[in-house]
Design a protein around this ligand. Structure first.
Ligand SMILES: Cc1cc2nc3c(=O)[nH]c(=O)nc-3n(C[C@H](O)[C@H](O)[C@H](O)COP(=O)(O)O)c2cc1C
Length: 198
């Protein structure tokens, strides 16, 4: 009996960083993840870095009959067009960074661009965990389907150093953990994509 080999689709993964800091550790994680996908350490993922730094502060006065400022339209278009989302963000005062919350809010305006997107979140911060859990909670309302595990929280201040002065990841154990998150997100995304074809 012939065995049909199933061809898996390439996943379009939108990468979003919640920090603007030049040597951001979270951006360092994101860069490391993008490199793994680019170098085919992880196959089947095309990752695009989505810039959220130019979005205006959320203000519904900027909307007009369901249209948004161009930069917001472009951002929403990218979120709608991706298969899954990868967030790397620190915690600020037990919650999301304002940068990330602003982007979430813009893409949430009707029609909600986040709806039904598989997602993962990784974080470098102090010892807090609430920021990541707040994002997961927002995901409940917006129908973002976060993978539960593996979780990835890193303490920015605890030795040994995991990032160099440019914010590049230098720790191999962390690289492996990051890889496991991407693999779990890829598997979950493929499951959801397959489910949709029935
Ligand atoms: C305004 C502000 C608030 C912060 N609040 C928290 C916090 O509540 N919990 C925590 O663990 N770290 C907190 N931090 C520390 C950051 O999460 C940490 O410096 C992180 O590395 C910053 O991410 P980045 O390197 O990607 O910029 C805070 C930092 C700032 C600037």
């Amino acid at each position: 009996m012939a065995v049909e080999m199933e061809e898996k689709p390439v996943i379009k993964l939108a990468a979003i960083c919640g920090s603007l800091r030049k040597a951001s550790y979270n951006r360092g994680l994101l860069r490391a993840a993008m490199k793994m996908c680019r170098d085919s350490v992880i196959e089947g993922i095309e990752m695009e870095d989505i810039d959220i730094s130019e979005l205006p502060m959320m203000n519904v006065d900027l909307e007009s009959n369901g249209t948004f400022p161009l930069v917001v339209e472009e951002f929403r278009h990218k979120i709608r067009g991706c298969d899954a989302v990868f967030f790397a963000s620190p915690e600020y005062n037990y919650s999301l960074t304002p940068l990330l919350k602003n982007a979430i809010d813009w893409a949430s305006r009707p029609p909600n661009a986040w709806a039904d997107k598989p997602a993962a979140i990784v974080s470098v911060e102090g010892s807090g965990k609430s920021g990541q859990y707040h994002l997961r909670q927002i995901g409940v309302f917006l129908d973002i389907h976060f993978i539960n595990k593996p979780e990835l929280f890193l303490n920015a201040f605890e030795p040994p150093k995991k990032f160099d002065d440019n914010g590049d990841l230098i720790d191999e154990e962390t690289r492996k953990r990051l890889q496991d998150v991407l693999l779990a997100l890829r598997a979950f995304t493929l499951r959801l994509m397959k489910g949709k074809s029935y």
